[in-house]
Design a protein around this ligand. Structure first.
Ligand code: PRT
Ligand code: ZN
Length: 313
């Protein structure tokens, strides 16, 4: 009788089960967890959560969530366990860079930037360091959790320096003598200051992104993903957009139109037999007090600025 291993080797590998639901990986807990869920909820998604809080079954649409550590999301998409993922661009590019250094192509691409989780990957040095420019890094030890992005940057600058890889508490490395300077994420800069460090060079700007596979999804999941992206675009525009309503006399209309914020073409409707007009415009961002005062001065009255709940182009 043949050994079982030989018999098994001649058998076709088991076919992968076809999934007819879309699966999105998001952070289980941490900075991006709540905003990611809020954004998906704004797209009309609702879920039933598993008891272990690792899986959320999509009820309103066939879109399930996998709740994981952000660092695991790139691998889950690469392996096809999840279709889409929401996590920081910093994590996405670090993973890409690691793959490139092994001669592999990207396994996903950024589909949309989501407007939350903003931060920068900065080089930071002790406060008494007399920084003159990137060349100052030559020969130094740099602590970071982003060894691939840092190595890419060093190579691009033709700088020879030692990369000290740490999983966390990077800011404390110079004080502990583990490194001379650091390369780490910064948002307010408070943590750097608390550790007597100052930012001197920004290597990348980051925010939360939604990524999808570089290859094609099968037809069913591609259709669900298209629907989600259309809703997402609406939710993102609605989040930033404001509906501006005002009235003005026809004689001051041109002056008022000149003060409108950047946005869509305004809708102008005659009221009171045509002497007055009502103007409605979707502003692409918040409308400042200064803008409202300028509008009023130009002849607008009854000005309303309203948040937008949803939008479908
Ligand atoms: O458990 P899991 O692995 O999922 O979470 P995590 O601990 O790796 O990540 P988490 O939740 O801290 O961050 C997730 C993502 O949020 C990051 O990958 C970034 O894309 C984004 N983000 C935005 C930040 C920051 N802002 C940020 N400030 N990630 C980390 N920080 C750190 C910073 O390095 C500093 O140590 O927060 C500290 C405070 O920053 P300051 O500058 O405001 O003092
Ligand atoms: Zn993480």
């Amino acid at each position: 009788m043949l050994p079982t291993t030989v018999a098994a080797a001649t058998e076709a590998p088991p076919a992968k089960p076809v999934r007819d639901r879309l699966r999105i990986a998001i952070q289980k807990s941490g900075r991006l967890a709540d905003p990611a869920r809020e954004l998906l909820a704004a797209c009309g998604l609702s879920w039933r959560e598993s008891r272990d809080r690792l899986f959320c079954y999509g009820e309103s649409l066939p879109i399930d969530l996998l709740l994981v550590r952000d660092d695991d999301i790139p691998g889950l998409i690469t392996d096809g366990v999840c279709d889409l993922g929401i996590f920081g661009r910093n994590v996405a590019l670090e993973y890409d860079s690691a793959r490139r250094s092994r001669g592999l192509d990207s396994s996903y691409s950024e589909w949309r930037a989501l407007g939350f989780g903003a931060c920068r990957l900065d080089l930071a040095v002790p406060q008494d360091f007399d920084w003159t420019g990137p060349a100052d890094v030559e020969g130094l030890r740099i602590a970071t959790s982003y060894p691939n992005l840092l190595s890419d940057w060093l190579a691009g600058q033709q700088i020879d320096a030692e990369v000290v890889q740490l999983m966390g508490s990077v800011e404390i490395a110079p004080r502990l003598g583990q490194a001379d300077i650091i390369c780490d994420l910064v948002s307010s800069g408070g943590t750097l200051a608390a550790n007597q460090l100052k930012p001197v060079h920004t290597m990348m700007q980051s925010e939360a992104i939604i990524v999808g596979p570089t290859g094609e999804l099968d037809e069913t999941r591609a259709r669900i993903a298209d629907q989600l992206m259309r809703r997402l675009d609406g939710a993102l525009s609605a989040r930033e957009g404001r509906l501006l309503l005002l009235r003005t006399n026809r004689t001051t209309l041109d002056a008022v139109l000149a003060e409108l914020p950047p946005g869509e073409t305004p809708t102008i409707t005659a009221v009171d037999g045509g002497a007055e007009v009502s103007v409605q415009v979707l502003s692409r961002g918040a409308v400042s007090w200064q803008r409202l005062e300028d509008l009023k001065r130009a002849g607008a009255n009854g000005i309303f600025v309203l948040p937008v709940e949803g939008m479908l182009a």
